[in-house]
Design a protein around this ligand. Structure first.
Ligand SMILES: Nc1ncnc2c1ncn2[C@@H]1O[C@H](COP(=O)(O)OP(=O)(O)OP(=O)(O)O)[C@@H](O)[C@H]1O
Ligand SMILES: [Mg+2]
Length: 291
């Protein structure tokens, strides 16, 4: 397969995913989804519905096996690519580097990620990422760009001298995620905003960061449990994931309805067997689904 940089729609067809630890337990049972350039898609769903599994599958996490389906982006078979190649292809996957790396500064980390992206998926040998004349970014330009993005995200310059995720608070990890995204300027961003560490401050950082980066070339797949994040980031499409499938899709009004009614009515309407009363299915509470 050759890369077709003009095809900027992420296409997910019939995606089936199981954990390596329990290959018979299929978590995603046929996901169909398309994310076009400039579109913001939100994926919502009760706890345990498979949202994080979808993010992990798209980023090539080794703990998951693909049982079926396909994912294409820029003419490439994404599922056949390493996580590194996915990122060289302009996909930004949050949580790609979740661990602390003492000794590696935020600036060096982002610089090497940017250099890798500049060389592209095929590691074009004619491009010298450090040489502006050979398609790269000089140290001067890199610093200038970093300062510009720090200002955009209202971040302190001292942040980039710290070691990656070393002693970072939940909010600082989010800031690093947003700074990485701003610097790499991906064409597609997949963000999984899980419950952990997402206090009001972190929510605001994510919302402001994403909003500052919106542009007609960037497609965003925003996976979240929180309707309130969608008060700050306005999605063009909202999809409800439950029991391993996207059970319904709509516009922003769908997120508002979920906030109002919880998941119960919508899931029942779509033929899912939900065994608890609606008022127990509030958005920020664990939802119990019948199997
Ligand atoms: N590596 C794994 N091994 C075994 N089971 C797993 C694994 N990963 C996920 N699961 C199971 O798959 C289901 C979906 O999990 P997932 O984390 O994708 O849900 P989620 O929609 O992100 O939930 P939350 O809203 O709580 O973040 C859960 O029942 C979970 O226990
Ligand atoms: Mg999750």
């Amino acid at each position: 397969m050759t890369t077709d940089t003009t095809d900027r729609t992420l296409r997910i067809r019939g995606l089936r995913v199981a954990p390596v630890a329990a290959p018979d337990k299929e978590i995603l049972q046929g996901i169909d989804l398309e994310v076009g350039p400039g579109e913001v898609h939100a994926i919502m769903g009760p706890n345990g519905s498979g949202k994080t599994t979808l993010a992990y599958a798209l980023m090539g996490h080794p703990a998951y096996v693909i049982n079926g389906g396909e994912v294409t982006w820029m003419g490439r078979d994404v599922l056949a690519l390493s996580a590194d190649k996915r990122s060289r292809l302009g996909m930004f996957l949050a949580f790609q580097y979740p661990t602390a790396v003492p000794g590696l500064s935020v600036a060096s980390f982002i610089r090497s990620a940017l250099n890798a992206k500049l060389q592209g998926i095929d590691k074009n040998p004619d491009i010298d990422p450090t040489d502006a004349i050979k398609g790269g970014v000089s140290m001067l330009d890199f610093r200038r760009k970093m300062r510009e993005k720090l200002a955009l995200l209202k971040m302190d310059e001292a942040f980039v001298s710290r070691y990656v995720n070393d002693g970072f608070s939940g909010g600082e990890k989010k800031r690093l995620e947003m700074l990485q995204m701003a610097m790499l300027e991906p064409q597609l961003a997949i963000l999984d905003e899980t419950d952990s560490g997402l206090d009001i401050d972190a929510l605001r950082i994510v919302a402001e960061g994403v909003n500052a980066m919106l542009n007609p070339d960037l497609g965003i797949l925003l996976i979240t449990h929180y309707q309130r994040l969608l008060n700050h980031i306005k999605p063009d499409f909202v999809h409800v994931l439950a029991q391993g499938r996207i059970v319904t899709s709509g516009g922003r009004d769908l997120a508002l309805r979920l906030e109002d009614e919880g998941y119960g009515p919508i899931l029942r309407e779509n033929g899912l067997d939900v065994d608890v009363p609606d008022d127990a299915l509030r958005l920020d509470e664990p939802a119990v689904l019948a199997h």
